[in-house]
Design a binder for this molecule. Sequence first.
Ligand code: ADP
Ligand code: MG
Length: 728
Amino acid sequence: MSTLRFHAVKASLKRKPLKIKEKKRRSEIFGSNVFNEVAMRQYLTKTALNSVLEAIEKGTKINRLVADHISTGMKEWAISKGATHYTHWFQPLTGATAEKHDAFFETIGDGLAIEKFGGNQLVQQEPDASSFPNGGIRNTFEARGYTAWDPTSPAFIYDKTLCIPTVFVSYTGEALDFKTPLLRALQVVDNAAVAVCKYFDKNVKSVRTSLGWEQEYFLIDTALALSRPDILLTGRTLLGHSPAKGQQLDDHYFGTIPARAMSYMRDLEHQCMLLGIPVKTRHNEVAPNQFELAPIFEEANLAVDHNSLLMDIMQKIAKRHSFTVLMHEKPFAGVNGSGKHNNWSLSTNTGVNLLSPGKTPMSNLQFLTFFINTIKAVQTHEELLRAAIASASNDHRLGANEAPPAIISIFIGDQLTRVLGELETVPKGKLSPKEITDLKLNVVGKIPEVILDNTDRNRTSSFAFTGNKFEFRAVGSTANCANPMTVLSTIVAKQLMDFKIEVDELIDKKSMKKDDAIFNVLREYIKTSKAILFEGNGYSEAWEKEAKKRGLSNNKTTPEALKIKKAKATIELFDSLKVMNKVESEARYEIEMEDYIHHVQIESRVIGDIARNHVVPTAVRYQNILIENVTGLKSIYGDRFKDFAKAQLVLIEEISEHIETINSSVTKMTEARKVCNKETSLEKKADGYCNKVKPLFQDIRYHCDKLELMIDDELWPLTKYRELLFTK
Ligand code: ADP
Ligand code: MG
């Protein structure tokens, strides 16, 4: 019992839930570590405050003089809360958040020191950024990047450090982070949506994107997690036989939250409250030791920051509770994976959710306009949307165990399907007053305010309408939501712009009335968007066949899925809307492809190591025990030994066969890796890792897992699925 596995199991059995004291009401502490409007009113001059508020609302620039006032106020506030350092906090394309801390502290000669934080330090910083991924941007251009303050996401204090959300761009202005294109895309969809809203309400001045993410994750005891080299290095298990009991009893979903997990959640939620992350929902997920956390939705840029921040603090707080958070989309084979549903909607400054059916026919026509345009946008750009959620880790989740497939489709429910069917029969051209009244009363006016059948609990639709928002479910749990939100905002913006042009043309050239024009354009959209609508089971073979017939993409692997990103039309789309220029688009494609290669490469090395250095030696040891046993039996029974050693002899042979296959597969995999590594074309390299290296994981795993079932439990070195999943 000397293996790490048993030490880990022992340690995990001794754990007790930490006591979490919550002295104050959540509403009292909410946002107390955030430099929000309340704090700003207290610490900023009126000019400074107005300047920040205006920047938040209208995107105006803050001048340097005012920036000095703001930084001073911010510093005073931060110091009053015990902060000693400040940092520009940003989201480079590594998928983590980055920070470099500087102290407020400065010496002023004669052995004296003060606390200082100037406008310049607030507004712009130059981190040494040469080791963040940049997809060749900084090789071709200036070799430096800088971070610049994003006043629309408020500064906050974490770990005694004032964190200032920033964008991260190269000196030539190319985005090197997730936030920059997102901010641009949100602006584009704002403009496009406002223009369309004017058909219905002249008072609409701005349209904001709302995002409510739902973060799924696994909580595994740290000792157990650390005992597995694969979890430690890749965030998922590369081997492991499924336990006798899995999730088939469905007894975990929405069940009582285990005590240690509960204490962790309360601790985490407390931190979230201080940081102004409005978390609201927590529950067990389908798989054992899998959980979900969801906030109240927020403006998308802020929601993205909050999710990134949350993922970071989840790990930090987990340490205190001796937990390791597995964010990976598929930590365990055969068990539900983790996603991050992105609930998305658009709302106006007048307080109208554009994706919520309204009370009057007019507001319903507006709802239908946005609803149908979204469908049309997704139909046109389904492949791009698939690319936006592509990653090595999400590939394992899509299409397995209740996750949506790699095919993008939209679920809208019976009621709205019926409405679209009726709108499709609207006659072409100008409508008679009777036809218009009829439409408004009997079709548009009949859309219920609350859509009843939009629960779609089978969860297999990648993009579902859920009553007053769309839920993009294909997003993976490790993803930065900025990527899918940037793409969704861009394609919807483009669609709304096209819609506006088409409607205006009918009004101007065919002298149609506004309503007639809208109905005419929407009718055509419904006709041309049918392929994307699907209400059935998303991971059936029948659907794969059907989707193919409909011309929908089904890119099952990341290298395949990413291809669309460097297509001419894609680059033009982002470039024409000024969300990303050609260089930025190409750089991102490159970074994501490289990221994919690195992930598979690391996994391949790890599985090779575990198979050869952990599994095979254990198998040999066990085989020796068997041989010893057989030899012993022979010395007692002579020729009759075979009668007593039947099982042992079979096992000895089987073990040899498994060892042999494992060994040859690992050799084959290493060879395949060598070939890939010599490859200079990014596509060929990724393709090799995807189709030559990765498939060998299966073979290796299969035989290792078979050995797990044969070998004496006391000898097996790798913590087993049942221990990882059922230790609470
Ligand atoms: P579930 O999907 O688990 O049934 P809900 O649909 O109530 O739960 O909400 C899930 C998430 O959707 C929450 O984060 C919630 O804040 C968010 N959400 C609700 N309404 C909107 C909206 N209009 N826009 C964006 N997100 C929303
Ligand atoms: Mg949901």
